[in-house]
Design a protein around this ligand. Structure first.
Ligand code: CTP
Ligand code: MG
Length: 220
């Protein structure tokens, strides 16, 4: 079967700040988007990598991607979910791995675990345990949540494409933060595999500095 990695890169990187959206900026000499694409292009079980970008960002994206083979660029939408929907409409049937361009390091073992798990589930996602105490509240605490029942959900997230298309059709016009919630809402079975700290999403300037230091120290 066809295994397509769909990398969503149509965001504006508001929390990161700066003039150019984070996905097009060089991280230790190579665009964030290129890091994310290379990690998946190099996986032997992935047959194609496609990228969803914002309207008007073709030039930035082509420059960031250089000679990487990602086929035709797909134009995304206002919310992340709109970008994923656009991607799903543009790719071939089979298996899809939906992945954030803002996660530059994807260990190949995570992809193997996801594809293996998908053989007996509708979806598979990488997760990590929560280390800190989790509480409700704002300036005052209003209860502690049992962190042993909580998971941090990362990307890539693996699905059979027709299931995910169906789930998004069921979802209506909301703005879910990821595919695993859309799938669950549609009553489909999503299983977990072990995630990895290296899959950390670069959201703030602090995340960026830390990732650059790790790359320079060859720790990733
Ligand atoms: N994304 C997308 N289309 C959108 C919004 C987000 O493809 N309309 C992508 C981003 O490019 C990113 C991933 O979804 O690769 C995760 O989103 P996030 O880290 O929140 O990135 P941004 O939305 O760009 O950042 P911010 O929320 O700080 O503006
Ligand atoms: Mg965002």
């Amino acid at each position: 079967t066809q295994v397509t990695a769909l990398i969503v890169a149509a965001g504006s990187g508001t929390r990161m700040g700066g003039e150019t959206p984070k996905q097009y900026r060089p991280l230790a000499g190579k665009a964030l988007l290129a890091h994310a694409c290379e990690a998946l292009l190099s996986h032997p079980r992935i047959t194609a990598v496609r990228v969803v970008i914002g309207g008007g960002q073709e030039e930035l994206a082509r420059k960031a991607l250089g000679s990487l083979d990602v086929g035709e660029l797909i134009i995304g939408g206002r919310e992340r979910a709109d970008s994923v929907r656009a991607g799903l409409a543009a790719i071939d049937d089979g298996i899809v791995l939906v992945h954030d361009a803002a996660r530059p390091f994807c260990p190949p073992e995570v992809v193997d675990r996801l594809l293996d798990a998908l053989e007996s589930a509708d979806g598979a996602v990488p997760v990590l345990a929560v280390a800190d105490t989790l509480a409700k509240g704002d300036r005052e605490l209003r209860g502690t949540v049992n962190r042993n029942q909580m998971l941090r959900v990362q990307t890539p997230q693996a699905f059979h494409i027709e299931d995910l298309r169906f789930a998004y059709d069921e979802a209506g016009s909301g703005a879910p933060t990821d595919e695993s919630s859309v799938m669950q809402h549609a009553g489909l079975k999503v299983v977990t595999v072990a995630g990895d700290e290296d899959l950390h999403k670069l959201t703030t300037a602090r995340d960026w500095e830390r990732a650059e230091m790790m790359l320079q120290a060859r720790m990733i």
